[in-house]
Design a protein around this ligand. Structure first.
Ligand SMILES: [Zn+2]
Length: 111
């Protein structure tokens, strides 16, 4: 696994876009296409999910109940073209699988 230095998305080296799978090429983040990424440490900040409106508040409740530490950052609508803010959820790498499990019970598609 690798963590993108730009958007903090976690991605597998095995799921890289076709153009980046050549042996000596730099891994490319599938989310933002940044070529800067690093191997994860347990306390690295990772992008967990991007949700908006009601879904974001549901996710906050779920994570709080599960006692999973997280941070949020709101992005305003100019990026998504929708009304309201989308909220990016971040957690640490060592909490990522627990957080994913917690949210996947309610949300099928997180990013
Ligand atoms: Zn990225």
């Amino acid at each position: 696994m690798r963590i993108c230095d730009n958007c903090h998305a976690v991605f597998s080296d095995l799921e890289l876009p076709v153009e980046s799978t050549h042996a000596f090429q730099t891994p490319v983040c599938p989310r933002c296409l940044s070529r800067k990424s690093h191997l994860p440490f347990p306390d690295d900040i990772c992008l967990l999910a991007v949700l908006n409106g009601v879904n974001a508040s549901i996710a906050e409740d779920l994570l709080s109940q599960a006692e999973i530490p997280y941070k949020t950052r709101s992005d305003f609508a100019s990026i998504t073209g929708q009304f309201g803010a989308s909220v990016r959820f971040f957690t640490t790498y060592d909490q990522l699988s627990a957080a994913n499990e917690c949210l996947h019970e309610v949300f099928d598609q997180l990013l």
